[in-house]
Design a protein around this ligand. Structure first.
Ligand SMILES: Nc1ncnc2c1ncn2[C@@H]1O[C@H](COP(=O)(O)OP(=O)(O)OP(=O)(O)O)[C@@H](O)[C@H]1O
Length: 879
């Protein structure tokens, strides 16, 4: 049976099929009938003429046809029911998305009509989407509304759990001729096993076992060697074989088995996917010493590996090598040695992040359980780290179909941080001021935007606190209309993060106050789970984390006020590195950076960005880019890295410009010990002396290298060690999910970093920060500013006033209701809440943040809610 046949059967025997519109059924079956005449063609041909009645029979037949055909059905059914047909319609709307669609739609059959024509054999079961949808929708809407919308409605929600089912609203979904031009979106991410790629061959013997046993004897013939011998020899194998020619074999007797670690590439790869290169690498690594040439130094790509990825990897290594071994002109020999010493790199590489259990729980919900999730939590709880991990997982999942994942954020800067695009750009709505029918028409005219809506399975939205509630509703309705799917966001899985206590949406001209996303009518029905992250990673000091948390809630004690006032003392560090200043307004920022740059001696060096892309789009797309169009630097300038280089040199690392060199001179510095003879403390002379040498050297070169001078920056990396980097231009791209580049900018990965706006600093972690709260104008702004700091020791606060600490009452109410729901759940012990609730505990979290950590679910659709402790609840209740 081919894949198509199996797929069709599963559709028939699943609840999904019952909800398929008539025309789609006919189309699916028709194509199948054409492909496979005979029994199937007959069956499906009949279905295509009288669908509903035939569906029942087909399903019965499929079920009766034996365990083989029934198995996929039963295993798929609940999953599909859960994923495809949860409650959908926003309670503020009648569910008739036709009213949102363009007026040019033709009369169409409706799902409602199909539902009413269902034969008795389709009596709604617990998982029948056509019935439970209405039921779920109602109870879930109530449940969620009770949590987030109505002050006293939680009790009501508990009381409504036994409400009778309500019929599905009739005639609610219209189908346009081209609405199923992309039928496979309807399958979402389910594929029947037979349509998947063939299963991998049985696992190869464990590499560890193979590899450790190999060197113990020199007489391993090819036939008993690892499965690499199965592969046809390639040219370079000559070298490998040479090592194992009998005459070159070591003398008989077991040579001392040397403990060898696995090559990294081996460890990362599937053992059953060994290629020629792997064989070579394994042999190279395994070759006993006396046999042949010494084992080559550990490489991740061999010279003869000319695959694109290997070449890219090698280039990257070379680039990193030259960067990492850089020596700072003007530093003493000892300091230079310290910088170039390999141990610095070794040490820094050890500090990789491992996700906490609550972070992993969210990954599980999103990636494995395919739930729509909103995860929130105070500043520094690792929301961005988690989001990046989720994106990485989802990218792996959709490696073959990358358009299924769309990564967006509310602002350009936030989007850059996660390698995505703005929500506006993704949706193709421009500024999005028009009403939904107009926006839908606009998108339908834009094939790319329409395709994005149709192809997306998972939509990531970062920094949701800055997404306007009306925009959220519009997007949900647009998705439902364009995808012709009445579920929230047209069935797209949402992965949303942000902290509503941080910066709110920027209100547009007409509106007095911004509307939060959680105030959107469709918010509750769009989110399956709300998870509260509780473990603060940024601040290690529990007291500091605690007072920041007070600020977050806008309720600070007198002691806390005093603590912040005491932080007005100047910051003093003796390593020459200054602090970052944060200001509420952009003017203050520019003024500060310019004056600090002016105050430095020495010539100004300008770096103009090289932009490319469609000129009509380019400037707008690149306007929000962190990398500036023009950058002026001087020796001694304080800069911030705006791109991740490796584990310890990351976006946000602070550094100081210590000189300017071209790539050639920098290489010479690092490889030829160009720092010899430099006296520490005499940077000027050192520079001059070394440049003389370098000039002489560069005359001998063929001029193929870029001789432009770039800044050499001495960074303090995340583990506190110093790293020196020649900062050469990097690329920033604004691209579509397909990888098509819309605009790009080539610029140094640096910005002046004496001062930043608080809005730009959102999402950053700063070791040393001075905050001037004088002109704070926004709720959450003071909290965002102060919570960037890692410690009190690295924080200076100017013009702190209690009145500057403002939390939005609506936000307090929102979080407070999550708490109330949690309290109620604790009392009632709802049996269903355990289904998806986060069960891990985090004692560390309660120690460091004063939070208790479990999150619970409150209803059939399981909404996890944040569990606040008494103190916080008391504070939150104030709102
Ligand atoms: N699991 C983890 N283990 C160790 N460190 C972590 C972990 N998760 C996050 N961090 C660190 O905590 C700091 C804050 O993380 P992150 O910026 O993701 O927090 P956030 O919740 O997004 O903060 P904000 O709301 O302020 O943007 C970073 O320095 C990050 O490296």
């Amino acid at each position: 049976m081919n894949a198509g046949a199996i797929r069709t059967r599963i559709l028939i025997s699943s609840p999904f099929f019952r909800a398929l519109p008539r025309r789609l059924v006919s189309r699916q079956t028709h194509s199948h009938a054409c492909a496979r005449p005979g029994v199937n063609a007959f069956t499906f041909g009949r279905i295509s003429t009288t669908p509903d009645a035939m569906l029942g029979r087909a399903r019965d037949r499929a079920q009766a046809s034996g365990p083989r055909s029934a198995a996929p059905s039963s295993s798929v059914k609940p999953e599909l029911a859960k994923q495809l047909f949860p409650s959908s319609s926003p309670h503020t709307h009648d569910g008739n998305i036709a009213s949102w669609a363009s007026s040019s739609q033709k009369p169409r059959p409706t799902v409602g009509a199909n539902a009413s024509a269902r034969p008795p054999s389709f009596k709604p079961a617990a998982h029948d989407p056509l019935v439970s949808r209405s039921n779920n929708s109602q109870s879930r809407a109530n449940s969620l509304a009770s949590i987030c919308s109505n002050a006293g409605s939680f009790q009501e929600e508990l009381g409504t759990s036994s409400r009778p089912s309500q019929p599905y609203p009739p005639s609610s979904v219209y189908i346009a001729d081209d609405d199923f031009s992309d039928d496979n979106t309807l399958e979402l991410d389910y594929e029947c096993p037979a349509s998947l790629p063939p299963p991998p061959p049985p696992p190869a013997p464990k590499p560890a076992a193979t590899l450790t046993s190999a060197p113990t004897t020199s007489q391993i013939p090819w036939s008993s060697s690892p499965q690499g011998h199965m592969f046809p020899p390639a040219l370079p194998r000559k070298n490998i074989l040479k090592r194992f020619l009998p005459e070159e074999a070591p003398p008989p007797g077991p040579p001392a088995a040397k403990k060898r670690s696995l090559p990294r590439r081996w460890a990362q790869r599937d053992t059953d996917a060994l290629g020629d290169d792997d064989v070579q690498e394994i042999w190279a690594t395994q070759a006993p010493k006396p046999l042949a040439t010494p084992a080559p130094k550990k490489q991740t790509a061999l010279p003869w590996d000319t695959t694109q990825s290997a070449t890219k990897e090698r280039r990257k290594q070379l680039k990193n090598q030259s960067k990492k071994s850089g020596v700072e002109p003007g530093f003493s020999t000892e300091e230079m040695r310290e910088v170039t010493d390999e141990h610095v790199l070794q040490k820094t590489k050890a500090s990789a992040i491992s996700l906490s259990s609550e972070q992993q729980h969210v990954i599980d919900l999103v990636v494995r359980q395919k739930q729509s999730v909103f995860f929130t939590g105070p500043a520094g709880t690792g929301k961005s780290v988690l989001m990046r991990a989720i994106i990485a997982e989802l990218k792996k999942k959709w490696a073959r179909d990358p358009e299924r994942l769309s990564v967006t954020a509310s602002t350009g800067l936030a989007a850059c941080n996660i390698g995505g695009q703005t929500l506006h750009s993704f949706s193709g709505i421009g500024l999005g001021k028009e009403d939904v029918p107009t926006l839908v028409k606009k998108i339908r005219k834009n094939a790319k935007a329409k395709n994005r809506w149709l192809r997306t399975n998972t939509l990531v939205i970062d920094e949701v606190s800055m997404v306007d509630g009306d925009l959220f509703d519009k997007l949900s309705q647009i998705a439902r209309t364009i995808r012709n799917n009445g579920r929230p966001f047209g069935g797209i899985q949402l992965v949303i993060t942000g902290d509503f206590f941080q910066l709110p949406p920027v209100p547009d001209g007409g509106k007095k106050e911004a509307k939060f996303a959680f105030d959107a009518a469709t918010w509750n029905t769009s989110i399956d789970h709300t998870i509260g992250l509780t473990q603060v990673f940024r601040q290690k000091d529990p007291h500091f984390a605690g007072i920041l948390n007070e600020m977050r809630l806008g309720r600070i004690s007198d002691d806390t006020v005093q603590t912040f006032k005491d932080l007005s003392r100047p910051l003093g560090f003796d390593d020459g590195l200054s602090y970052t200043e944060l200001f509420p307004t952009r003017q203050e920022v520019e003024r500060s950076n310019e004056s600090r740059l002016r105050s430095l001696d020495g010539p100004l060096v300008h770096y103009e960005a090289h932009d490319s892309g469609d000129p009509s789009l380019r400037d707008r797309l690149l306007a929000n880019m962190m990398a500036p169009k023009g950058l002026a630097l001087k020796k001694g300038a304080q800069v911030m890295l705006i791109k991740n280089m490796d584990e310890t040199l990351v976006n946000g690392s602070l550094g100081k410009v210590i000189g300017f060199m071209n790539e050639m001179t920098f290489e010479l510095w690092s490889t030829n010990g160009a720092g010899e003879g430099l006296d520490s403390g005499d940077e000027g002379e050192a520079d001059a002396g070394s440049k003389k040498k370098i000039k002489a050297f560069s005359r001998d070169t063929d001029g193929s290298k870029d001789m432009k001078e770039y800044p050499i920056v001495r960074f303090t990396s995340t583990d506190g060690s110093h790293r020196v980097l020649l900062c050469i231009p990097e690329d920033w791209k604004v691209e579509l999910p397909t990888g098509e580049v819309q605009a790009s900018r080539k610029q140094l990965p640096l910005i002046l970093a004496w001062a930043l706006s608080i809005h730009k600093a959102q999402g950053q972690t700063l070791e040393r920060v001075k905050v001037d709260l004088g002109k704070v104008f926004e709720k959450g702004q003071a909290y965002v500013a102060l919570s960037r700091a890692v410690s009190k020791q690295g924080l200076q606060v100017l013009r702190f006033e209690k009145s500057k600490v403002m939390a939005h009452p609506r936000v307090i109410q929102f979080y407070n209701k999550l708490y109330s729901a949690e309290s109620a759940v604790k009392t009632k012990k709802s049996p269903s809440m355990a289904d998806f609730a986060y069960k891990g505990t985090s004692t560390k979290a309660s120690k460091t943040t004063g939070y208790s950590s479990t999150s619970r679910s409150t209803g059939r659709r399981n909404v996890d809610v944040i569990d606040l402790d008494e103190e916080e609840a008391a504070m939150a209740a104030y709102g």
